[in-house]
Design a protein around this ligand. Sequence first.
Ligand SMILES: [Zn+2]
Length: 449
Amino acid sequence: MSKILLRGMRLIDPATATDERIDLLIADGVVASRGVGIAVDEETRIVEIPEGVVAPGLVDMHVHLREPGGEQEETVESGTRAAVHGGITTLAAMPNTEPTIDTPAWVEYVRSRGKLTNVHPIAAITVGREGKTLAPLAELAEAGAVAFSDDGRSVADANVMRRALQYATMIGRVIIAHCEDQALVGSGTVNEGLASTRSGLSPIPAVAEETIVARDILLAKSAGARLHIAHVSTRGSVELVRRAKADGITVTCETCPHYFCLTDDDVRSYDTSTRVNPPLRSADDVEAIREGLRDGTIDAVASDHAPHSLEEKQVEFDAAPPGMVGMETLLPLTITHMVDTGILSLGKAIALMTIEPARALGIAAGTLETGAAADVVVFDPDGKVEVTADWFRSLSKNSPFIGSTLSGRVLMTIHNGEVVFEEDLGTAHGSSENHGKRAAESNELVVGV
Ligand SMILES: [Zn+2]
């Protein structure tokens, strides 16, 4: 097992209220110690990057890995390679695969294939995600399901959803609700309003989401259950969650970068990578999402990484499957649109991608306290990322951000104490004289020279 000293960099660990320049020593796969001037032996690799920020490896609680059944779009292996390129060391994988992850054997299969990161399978709430019969939740939890969701659609039958909430609570798991009323969505593909009028594409009203957010909050209250709402996208949803929290209902929620940095105006290009469920919303909704992140109503930023092949997306807008890839742009989009704009501090942004989603899932992750698993990201918040199709390590490239330049460059990702991603030495930047001198010393390797 390797020993690594991350020396003198800015360490941001919201779980321990830490934001200071200190050393972090990794040994035996865990955070061995933190402090100033930690002495090390010569087997220890020393990493010292002046512009580097050290933070807990990111926790992405909403990912589609496509295995089993969609291996041409993504596998657990390719997905985790993309994850570590984005600084993610823990991810939760949605069950809308083929077949559906609704048996203990499939949960075990997905979980065991995660090598580069922790992979926590989310199992289906109902058999085949058909909304009728509850899946064997206790057995699924036993096999390692971290949560339950029929993501991609809501559980339409309120009684089935209520029983799922009661049962999941009994076994200590959270239900993750995809909130869209199918009757109100209909054949819609874009937000109802200017976007649908101008494009002539079929509309999805905001109330399609909000009506189920309201229903599921009420069901969670009546069941005394913990509920997590996936990909909140409208002002009304943010207001419903804010009120529920004020009323003491145990609800958490997430949003995704595309809901705070794109609007329904962006579908104007008919770029099928802007087709997502729920759809991109109005500028007013984006404003509300940003406020919800700022005031703590929204607990987490997740990618909703949804890989699709070029063939699948090279069709008419209405015919394209919804979703965009997102794990690799999660950090840079959040820094560029929420931190660099002054809405969130860097520490708060990190919390939304580490300890907060870990708490929502009830897992031990997202902190660099002494003794915690050494899951770490080192990134340069000001380092530029030029997003090109080739830059993605995901098997799929369906991103509307191709061609943009973002801030927040991942330099190194460490999982269980081992380096699982490291930016090529030749392309890293930010060397200094001091840097070069230290690199010349025998046991030191300085990234960025
Ligand atoms: Zn969903």
